[in-house]
Design a protein around this ligand. Structure first.
Ligand code: ADP
Ligand code: MG
Length: 588
């Protein structure tokens, strides 16, 4: 169709420009390569980094969309080091700036920030550096508020511009400009005047998530209609994505993790991410007892202890680091063969980034998530419900390609057939398949428990709800007419998650001085279910019957033959054939 031709045309021309800029014959190219190694201690650039650097070093406006953890900062830090003058970086959060400043300090790159806590003396030295041609300052970080509110600072920028020291303007998290985006910051709007004030200064905008709407809006707001746009793919073809139901007890969870590590990753390096410090300590000693050389890493350990573990892991003396998210910065071990999430991350971005520490060497590696509802309920205090439900939807899905879901999250168009069997839902050898079950009555029972609780003035957490459903816990929460359910705890968990996601249940948060409690209430759609004749069926993931095909004893080489389109089709139909066989077993 015409549409298809147009689309292909625009994609190929996009590729042309990306190739055009992917060159090493610019005036700055050899300096850039030298400094990459000598200053940043990195071997080579990642996809789209060179293109972005070349555009901005050519003095042109550019926007780069790259997933979190992809390496956006280097795209302006390295150009800042090879450029004359100062790179002004606008960043929405002081904490983000501090992370970068710390890393730059370790590399001996002169960078600083100007904010409310800057002393007068420091400010004076910064202002001097802005206009003094002998100054060594390379990067200056500010919040958009600083730009919008400080006339004095704008005045200094004018001077810096006049003496030719305003090398470029970098806007990190550039989607914050747009009201269409998910975290609009009014002060980012002010950045619209920068192009008018400083027409010769190239603007570089960076973001991880941007839809077409947001991008068009951002271009308009910043007055850079012709900026070069690059999009680095979220796709990491060598990573195999998988979600598994998390066993009910810690011991069972540890047994399963042990089995995975010893059967498939024997002698290989990996990371196990845990929710809390306490969890990571428990899991470390559990794995150690099971004969797996592991070390623990979290923010409450001394920095010596942390670098000791990191070092032992880097050198292979410890194979598994069991960590909280504190284990993140500066991890560049290439041969990480697996990342296991003992508890789910707090957002899709986090999950993507943490999983992405596997397989930097481009060899096949696995990213395994253990999911259970209770683990997602503890995050609500730090993160928005939207993040939480995003990851809940990812975990509960029993059919869609994991890559498609990640792509959708990052606003990238993606053809599921390109997954090549590298996720649990596309994998022809997966030991899991799905089976559809009518859950209407289960949902009604859950709502009946809540109704009685409301009538008797009781509040119910997800945990108590499930207990009552299983005939356990407080007698006052039990409902006479409901038979104790015979489904598995795992399925019960999934049903509650499904009901939350789909508006049959909702959470009601209560904040105390120490913690946030989430109570469960009937959701806005509860009545549709209770009063109407709505049927709900859900596709559960189940272990395939006769799945004798045990998992590969060692990770397959990256060049395993790829399943053809035909075999994908056969897979789908054989799946539905085995369906009947499965559903009889699955309700146990
Ligand atoms: P983003 O801003 O896109 O989320 P960062 O700029 O914080 O990502 O970079 C994430 C990590 O990737 C950092 O630890 C950084 O040192 C590392 N990194 C960036 N570019 C490269 C590269 N070319 N080679 C190796 N590591 C890199
Ligand atoms: Mg960043």
């Amino acid at each position: 169709s015409l549409e298809k031709i147009l689309r292909e045309h625009s994609e190929s021309s996009k590729e042309d420009t990306a190739t055009d800029w992917n060159k090493n014959d610019f005036l700055w190219s050899s300096d850039l390569n030298d400094k990459l190694k000598s200053v940043f201690k990195l071997e080579k650039l990642r996809p789209m980094q060179l293109q972005t650097m070349n555009v901005t070093l050519s003095g042109k406006d550019c926007m780069l969309i790259m997933p979190t953890g992809g390496g956006k900062s280097l795209c302006f830090q390295l150009p800042a080091v090879v450029s004359k003058g100062i790179t002004l970086v606008v960043s929405p959060l002081i904490s983000l700036m501090e992370d970068q400043l710390m890393a730059l300090e370790a590399l001996d790159v002169h960078a600083t920030t100007l904010n409310a806590s800057t002393t007068t003396a420091e400010a004076k030295s910064i202002f001097d550096g802005m206009t003094n041609p002998k100054a060594t300052l390379k990067l200056l970080y500010v919040t958009p508020e600083k730009l919008a509110k400080s006339k004095r600072f704008m005045n200094k920028l004018e001077k810096m511009y006049q003496v030719g020291r305003f090398a470029r303007l970098v806007i990190d998290e550039v989607h914050c400009c747009s009201q269409w985006g998910h975290d609009f910051r009014p002060d980012y709007k002010f950045l619209g005047i920068m192009k008018r004030q400083f027409p010769e200064v190239p603007i570089l905008g960076l973001t991880a998530t941007a839809t077409v709407n947001v991008l068009e809006d951002v271009k308009k707001i910043l007055n850079i209609p012709k900026c070069q746009l690059f999009r680095a793919s979220f796709n990491r073809p060598n990573l195999y994505y998988q979600v598994r139901p998390k066993p009910a007890t810690q011991i069972e969870a540890l047994d399963e993790i042990q089995k995975i590590i010893q059967s498939r990753f024997n002698g290989q390096s990996g990371i196990v991410y845990c929710f809390s410090r306490k969890d990571s300590e428990e899991v470390t000693s559990g794995l150690q007892k099971r004969g797996i050389r592991s070390g623990c890493y979290h923010a409450n350990l001394s920095s010596q202890e942390r670098s000791r573990i990191h070092h032992m892991w880097s050198t292979g003396k410890v194979l598994v680091v069991v960590a909280t998210i504190a284990f993140g910065m500066g991890i560049d071990k290439p041969n990480v063969r697996f990342v296991i999430h003992h508890s789910i991350s707090k957002s899709m971005e986090n999950l993507y980034q943490e999983s992405g520490r596997a397989g930097r060497d481009e060899q096949r590696s696995e990213c395994i998530v253990f999911y259970r509802l209770a683990d997602t309920m503890v995050f609500t205090e730090q993160t928005g419900l939207k993040c939480l439900y995003g990851i809940l939807a990812y975990c509960l899905d029993s059919k869609r390609c994991r890559r498609s879901m990640i792509a959708q999250h990052f606003g990238e168009s993606w053809d599921a057939s390109q997954c090549d069997g590298m996720c649990d839902h596309c994998d022809l050898n997966s030991i899991y398949t799905s089976t559809t079950i009518d859950i209407t009555n289960h949902c009604k029972n859950v709502l009946a428990i809540l109704k009685q609780a409301t009538e008797t003035d009781q509040r119910v957490t997800a945990l108590k709800l499930v207990d009552s459903w299983f005939g356990k816990g407080q007698a006052s929460l039990k409902v006479k007419d409901i038979k104790v359910t015979t489904i598995s705890k795992e399925k019960a968990d999934i049903i509650i998650g499904y009901m939350l996601l789909n508006g049959y249940l909702k959470e009601d948060f209560h904040f105390t001085a120490y913690t946030t409690i989430s109570y469960i209430l009937p959701g806005p759609k509860a009545n549709l279910l209770l009063n109407g004749n709505r049927q709900i069926s859900f596709e559960f993931k189940v272990k395939a019957l006769g799945a004798t095909k045990t998992l590969k004893s060692s990770p397959a080489p990256t060049n395993t033959p790829k399943p053809s389109k035909e075999s994908t089709k056969t897979h789908l139909s054989s799946n539905s054939v085995s369906h009947n066989k499965l559903s009889s077993e699955s309700s146990s």
